[in-house]
Ligand binder design. Structure first.
Ligand code: SF4
Ligand code: SF4
Length: 116
């Protein structure tokens, strides 16, 4: 969970501009959640690679080109507003749920979610 005293301004900075927001890895728990929820629409953007008895869940990978995306497929701009939403907000990956990790992390990465 993001820290207290934080309110997302829906500016899209994290999802649009931080490469590690949308070219990163999902956790085993993320993948299990999507499997339990029957979210094949999400799972088709996950490239799972097995290393021995461990898996790496690469996100997001285009199911068409099989390349890493250049923009998150779940990000949508609200019409006539300078605001963005995540279309999988309720089931977004842990990596996204945890952003920003701290006030300092927010400041360093350009997130305006903390009032100064
Ligand atoms: S950068 Fe911060 S305020 Fe902007 S959308 Fe991301 S979490 Fe929200
Ligand atoms: S899944 Fe949602 S929160 Fe995560 S990068 Fe994409 S739009 Fe942003």
């Amino acid at each position: 969970m993001p820290p207290k005293n934080f309110k997302c301004k829906q500016c899209g900075q994290c999802c649009l501009n931080l490469l590690d927001a949308f070219t990163t890895c999902a956790t085993d728990e993320d993948v299990e959640m999507w499997e339990q929820e029957g979210r094949d629409d999400i799972l088709e953007w996950v490239d799972t690679i097995q290393f021995g008895d461990q898996c790496v869940h690469d996100i997001w990978v285009s199911p068409v080109s099989h390349d890493d995306v250049e923009q998150c497929p779940w990000l949508r701009k609200l019409p006539n507003q300078d605001k963005y939403i995540c279309r999988i907000h309720d089931v977004k990956p842990e990596h996204c749920r945890n952003y920003p990790l701290s006030w300092q992390h927010a400041k360093e990465t350009g997130c305006p979610g903390f009032d100064d």
